[in-house]
Design a protein around this ligand. Sequence first.
Ligand SMILES: *[C@@H]1O[C@H](CO)[C@@H](O)[C@H](O)[C@H]1NC(C)=O
Ligand SMILES: *[C@@H]1O[C@H](CO)[C@@H](O)[C@H](O)[C@H]1NC(C)=O
Length: 302
Amino acid sequence: MAAKGRHGHGPPSMTVESFITLAFAVLTMVCFVIIVLLSFGVFSVSNGRYSHASSYRAHDLSNIAHNTIHRDGGDVDYDDDDDGRRGDQWVEVISFEPRASVYHNFLSKEECEHLINISKPHMFRSAVVASATGRVTDSEVRTSSGTFLGRGRDEIVRNIEKRIADFTFIPVENGEGLQVLHYEVGQKYDPHFDFFQDELNLRRGGQRIATIVMYLSDVEEGGETVFPAARGNFSSLPYWNELSACGKGGLSVKPNMGDALLFWNMKPDASVDTSSLHRGCPVIKGNKWSSTKWIRVNEHKV
Ligand SMILES: *[C@@H]1O[C@H](CO)[C@@H](O)[C@H](O)[C@H]1NC(C)=O
Ligand SMILES: *[C@@H]1O[C@H](CO)[C@@H](O)[C@H](O)[C@H]1NC(C)=O
């Protein structure tokens, strides 16, 4: 019996074979069960990136404090050595309706001061474009004073305009000249759209696809930029309690010297985006200086 067990070719090899067959059958069945479970969505194959994307909620503003791209000032070279140092730079996506983001420390303190200094001697009462006629008129809707700076007027302005083009992916040539604005206590800009609703203004460069607002000063109280038609739970914002009553009327951005707010007046399908409605809240305490660049769909000839 012992010899048979050692030298025989029958029963022992049959056992190995049937073991392999059994193992294969079990494996096949397990695979089948997994495929069935997957197809019914009982569980899913998860991948860090995709599972994050699927759990990301566009209008959940509680993500704001965390969903930031941190940039070390030293890693970004904007040839800004001449214009003084900018602080740490990072971009926050603040809303998807309208599409808006804040680029922190977009400008250095010296760049802000330069824009104010060259504008100060040329300030005049701000006007608005009448939507029916496309003509420019004085208005109680907008009580600030301001001035336009020709595109590329000096090296600092050219650097800023290049930086805006890099950030927005839209060429410098599509930008209108910078507008510098000054709001004193009580001055404001009522809710309005930046896109044109008349034909006249569309002739030179087409629609205003995007707006970038750069804050050139801090404002002690008030002066927020508010999007009253934005979607989202605004009261979950970390700085909610610092906002004025006007600032609590929608999604708000507090003016901080050097920060730039970018928002899109047109949707990706090229129709105008009515959720881009915005206002400049009255300044309650302090002074607000800001600079706006409107960016056209096509080249804006100067
Ligand atoms: C702006 O003007 C003020 C006052 O004249 C001056 O002290 C300051 O150095 C100027 N800043 C820049 C960047 O030109
Ligand atoms: C909005 O956010 C506040 C503060 O985080 C929270 O108390 C409230 O429940 C939220 N509302 C909704 C509708 O999610």
